[in-house]
Design a protein around this ligand. Structure first.
Ligand code: ATP
Ligand code: MG
Length: 427
């Protein structure tokens, strides 16, 4: 009969462990824990080996988390199986964990591993009602510091869905940006080069910033806004600050970089003497090519005055797409109204009427009208003792407020936007 001995894992057991690891990964598609994690646990947590002669016949590694411990690795060499070695190792681990105050041991077993009988024999219950879910955190620890310095952040995952309507714009952005950037390997197979820089343009308040953030949220990339006006306050000057910001961004694996009101720093050049923003325009033109070299990043510039931009700035090779974002369509206006109408009042309102009455409104106009309606209804309720206090704003309130709100985007501006689409858009 073969006899084995169980003892604590020692640093020079690593070779034996690696041989078992290879056998294990040959069996499973994806190991539950990565090799470096298991090795770290052999050093810092609780690990035992089963030894037969000079040979490492089995290894068990556990990691404690509060009162529960997870077995992160359990394997017995092929030729030493069915001898009770697993059970013996689990018993030894259990003793060690119990002395640390651990009251529960858990183990996740990949589907491909069939011999789980030793687990039942060791007293483990098969929790068939549980399923395993996993998510990879999309940002590294070192990036968080860098992000903080840059004033960037990860945005919630729901921003894309929160954009109401605008299906044409959403579909375009999804196809041109989100899909190739999110799955660069497939894009490459088709010879699609994921975009690196785009311009969004459109009248004020149409959702350019909202879309830029939604793209970052959709890709699960950090969102960094570069504020030319804030950089200008620096003693080193705007150009130097801009360069430094882009150097820092270089240290991130992924990033959506957003420059709003880009016309402030990239307006037409020329003129004597050169305008003070000239150096910045030049700097921006210099940083874009190196920004474009690295995958995993997207520069989004937004403007509501695209015709003021330096034509050199917009040229091919610098920006992949120049995408118009117009006034909200019916669906978008409906969604925007809904964000401002108190929930209790929604059912009694004919939203179609409101959507129709607010044609040509920007989201900001809708917000203004909605707030006006709420205020009017509120004032009426608190001054009137006829019992209307319980009711919120009504359709009449919204329609009155809507008729008193002037659309920010005049018909002239709307027409200019159409012209800009014809002459400058590139989708
Ligand atoms: N499709 C939409 N659905 C819901 N809310 C929207 C939509 N589009 C815009 N909004 C809301 O409207 C407001 C204005 O949008 P945003 O700031 O993105 O516009 P903008 O084009 O960046 O404006 P500006 O030109 O002034 O910078 C925001 O509060 C935003 O949440
Ligand atoms: Mg904006």
């Amino acid at each position: 009969m073969t006899t084995w001995r169980i003892r604590d894992f020692q640093p020079n057991d690593l070779d034996g462990f690696l041989r078992l690891w290879e056998q294990y990964v040959a069996q499973v598609d994806v190991p539950v824990y990565a090799l470096n994690e298991v090795i770290a646990s052999t050093r810092a947590d609780t690990a035992v080996v089963a030894v037969i002669g000079d040979e490492i016949a089995g290894v068990t590694v556990a990691r404690a988390a509060h009162e529960q411990a997870w077995i992160v690795f359990l394997a017995v060499a092929e030729k030493w199986r069915r001898r009770g070695i697993s059970r013996a190792m689990l018993g030894a681990i259990e003793q060690r964990l119990a002395s640390q105050g651990i009251s529960r041991m858990s183990i996740l077993v990949p589907d491909e591993i069939e011999h789980v009988a030793s687990l039942s024999r060791a007293g483990f219950a098969d929790q068939r009602h549980l399923r395993y879910f996993e998510r990879t955190i999309p940002i590294r620890q070192e990036e968080i510091l860098l992000l903080r310095e840059l004033g960037g952040r990860m945005l919630g995952r729901d921003r894309w869905d929160a954009i109401g309507g605008m299906t044409r714009e959403k579909e375009l952005l999804e196809r041109r940006l989100v899909l190739p950037l999110g799955d660069p390997a497939t894009a490459e197979r088709f010879g699609v080069v994921p975009p690196r820089a785009i311009v969004l343009f459109g009248p004020p308040g149409t959702g350019k910033t909202t879309f830029a953030k939604a793209i970052a949220s959709r890709l699960e990339w950090p969102f960094i806004e570069v504020f030319p006006s804030r950089l200008a306050a620096s003693p080193r000057g705007l150009a130097g600050e801009l360069r430094e910001a882009f150097e820092k961004i270089d240290g991130l694996d992924h990033a959506v970089v957003f420059i709003d009101e880009v016309e402030e720093i990239a307006s037409r050049r020329g003129g004597e003497p050169p305008s003070p923003t000239q150096a910045v325009t030049n700097e921006l033109l210099k940083v874009i090519p190196s920004f474009r070299e690295k995958p995993g990043r997207l520069l989004i510039c937004a403007t509501n005055f695209i015709r003021a931009l330096d034509p050199a700035f917009l040229r091919h090779g610098r920006f992949d797409y120049v995408i118009p974002i117009g006034l909200p369509d019916d669906e978008a206006r409906r969604a925007i109204w809904l964000t401002f109408i108190p929930e209790a009042c929604r059912d009694q309102l004919d939203l179609d009427v409101l959507v129709h009455a607010s044609e040509g409104f920007s989201p900001a106009d809708i917000e203004y009208a909605a707030r006006g309606a709420s205020q009017a209804a509120f004032e009426r309720a608190v001054t009137d003792d006829a019992g209307s206090a319980a009711r919120g704003p009504e359709l009449e309130d919204y329609l009155t407020a809507t008729s008193q709100t002037r659309a920010t985007v005049s018909s002239d501006v709307a027409r200019e936007f159409e012209d800009d689409i014809m002459s400058l858009a590139r989708v």
